[in-house]
Design a protein around this ligand. Structure first.
Ligand code: GDP
Length: 486
């Protein structure tokens, strides 16, 4: 038990300032109450309003979640095909797909939507969601139980109940709720399609009138691999609530991510063993995420970029040239600086780590600081759905989030999860992950929030540039068409 070996945290710190509740079985999920002990940076405090909202959401999940009479009734209603005028409980089902970083940021932002609309939040257990994360809500489950009546995993553009399609075909109209039309005319469910190929009609999801209509549909099933939270800030009906939940807009993922995603015990073992071996003794920890695609060959340009970024931003000490004299006297004379700096590199490839490690072993640093490199794994290829691969990916995102300083790769959702959980603005390497042009070596991100990649381009009413409407939603630096909370 790590709490015996480590200094105890106070109750409030252990529960992340009230974000988490007591009452879970500790053995079933060690990470939930131990994470605060391992983090070098305690992170931000949630608002009291967010804390109380989460407690009411937990009560809602218990009252309406799988296994309750309300859930059985809601399933019956779903099978009937019609929405009730005022159902006891309403639901949002998150369909998980794509890489782990995508799944995490999508689920966190969909959970925000559930909070704002008082819907029970359920996730598709497919894609290892049940394997990687502990249950976030006490005494109930967030996983869609087996036997769900809709084959939602196949839902895509051609699905008849796609919200954008129903809007386009006039099957659903935003004036439908005004006047005499009752919600009995509305379908029992709608499929919200927010993938990269979404249509103009799918994008209406972020408009006030459409949200009013959607609030009368009992079941919503959503497919997105993006961080949709910035888009929710455009809905006027949500703005007051969002202000109260997040007085500081740049901490939405930070809190919701820390609330929802607790590594299961197997993953926690990967994290704590690496931590104890590589971080525990270090003066400081620098995390560097080098997101490269498996099919790309090793790039000396990217290596140079990592070196230039970390050294010119003074995240790592400079190394001396071969001819220069080593500052031996300096290191021995200054025992206070004796503890090394640990660098965690995560990447699918080993090459970048090996080169950096070699450089800091073969050459002395200008200030005498000793820098020790480590890389937990190099999986070489992306293997979605393979248990051990997903476990490592989650462990590495989490380990990055425990560092004191972070360098991440632009456009990578893997990196977004790391700096969001950490509560840190990273230095971002512009490696042209999606685009092939490389601009600058790195620069400090404007906030710790993930970027919403496939974001609306205009607002619903005035048709103005979506990055210029609300002061705290801006275009992302790493993906200029995307949007980000700042
Ligand atoms: P993104 O593609 O960078 O936005 O991040 P995702 O997490 O959505 O998808 C990339 C997937 O590739 C990850 O989920 C992992 O399965 C794998 N992957 C990429 N980089 C790493 C890495 O540094 N370490 C590990 N273990 N897996 C990685």
């Amino acid at each position: 038990d790590a709490s015996i070996l480590r200094p105890k945290t106070k109750g409030n710190e252990r529960l992340l300032g009230g974000l988490l509740v007591e009452g879970f079985d500790q053995k079933s999920c060690h990470s939930r109450y131990q994470s605060a002990v391992y983090r070098r940076n305690p992170g931000r405090k949630p608002s009291q309003y967010l804390v109380s909202k989460l407690r009411s959401q937990e009560a809602l999940q218990r009252r309406c979640g799988p296994g309750t009479a309300a859930y059985t009734n809601a399933l019956e209603q779903l099978k009937s095909g019609k929405s009730l005028a005022s159902p006891e409980c309403r639901y949002l089902v998150s369909i998980s797909y794509r890489g782990l970083g995508n799944r995490i940021i999508a689920a966190a932002s969909e959970f925000l939507y559930a909070l704002l609309t008082d819907r029970v939040f359920l996730v598709d257990p497919n894609t290892s969601m049940d394997e990687l994360f502990c249950e976030p809500f006490p005494n109930t489950s967030w996983l869609v139980p087996p036997g769900f009546p809709l084959g939602y995993r196949a839902f895509y553009l051609s699905t008849t109940e796609r919200y954008g399609k129903m809007r386009e075909d006039g099957v659903l109209r935003t004036d439908q709720m005004n006047g005499s039309a009752a919600s009995g005319d509305l379908p029992a469910y709608a499929y919200i399609h927010l993938d990269y190929n979404q249509t103009e009609h799918d994008k209406l999801f972020f408009c006030d009138d459409d949200q009013r209509l959607l609030s009368n549909i009992q079941w919503l099933l959503i497919r997105s691999d993006s961080y949709i939270a910035p888009g929710l800030f455009f809905v006027e009906a949500f703005q007051k609530e969002l202000d109260m939940l997040f007085p500081e807009r740049d901490e939405v993922f930070h809190h919701l991510g820390r609330y929802l995603f607790h590594p299961t015990n197997g993953v926690w073992g990967l994290i704590t063993r690496y931590h104890d071996a590589h971080f525990a003794w270090a003066q400081r920890v620098v995390g560097i995420q080098v997101r490269v695609f498996p099919w790309r060959s090793e790039s000396p340009e990217i290596l140079k970029q990592i070196k230039t970024c970390t050294q010119s931003e003074r995240l790592l000490p400079a190394v001396l040239g071969e001819e220069e004299e080593e500052p031996v006297a300096k290191t021995t004379a200054s025992p206070s600086g004796a503890k090394p700096t640990a660098v965690l590199i995560t990447s699918l490839k080993a090459w970048y780590h090996d080169k950096m490690k070699g450089m800091y072993w073969e050459r002395a640093t200008a200030n005498g600081e000793v820098v020790v490199f480590g890389q937990p794994s190099h999986e070489e290829i992306q293997r979605y759905g393979v248990k051990s691969h997903e476990h490592k990916a989650w462990a590495e995102m989490y380990l990055l989030s425990m560092a004191d300083t972070l360098v991440t790769t632009g456009e990578s959702t893997f990196g977004y999860v790391a700096h969001g959980l950490a509560g840190m603005r990273p230095w971002v390497l512009d490696m042209g992950m999606i685009n092939s042009t490389v601009g600058w070596p790195c620069s400090r991100d404007m906030s710790m929030e993930p970027c919403f990649h496939i974001a609306p381009t205009q607002d619903c009413k005035r048709r103005e540039d979506a990055g210029k409407i609300v002061p705290h939603v801006r275009h992302c630096k790493d993906r200029p068409t995307g949007l980000k909370l700042v």
